[in-house]
Design a protein around this ligand. Structure first.
Ligand SMILES: [Zn+2]
Length: 82
């Protein structure tokens, strides 16, 4: 296992004044969260009293752990046995 950079260096947490029930993940130079919700207040550490936005969580995991294609052509590999 190789050491990796801390992924938190690229994101922070954000809360929208219009809908404050969730905390969102925000790229550092953006004013909109990964789920497209505009954020008004940012935090370095996750606010523990608010629910993590599920859409942000899924977008973050999909970006950090990209899917690998099992078959490059996406075609079924069918071989006939004689
Ligand atoms: Zn979100």
């Amino acid at each position: 296992m190789n050491p990796t950079e801390d992924p938190r260096g690229e994101v922070c947490w954000g809360i929208s004044d219009a809908y404050g029930g969730r905390t969102h993940l925000v790229l550092l130079n953006y004013r909109v969260a990964l789920c497209a919700m505009p954020v008004d207040t940012r935090y370095r550490d996750r606010p523990s009293e608010r629910m993590i936005c599920p859409e942000c969580a899924i977008a973050y995991i999909a970006a950090v752990f990209p899917a690998r294609a099992i078959a490059p052509t996406h075609h079924h590999d069918i071989r006939l046995r004689a």
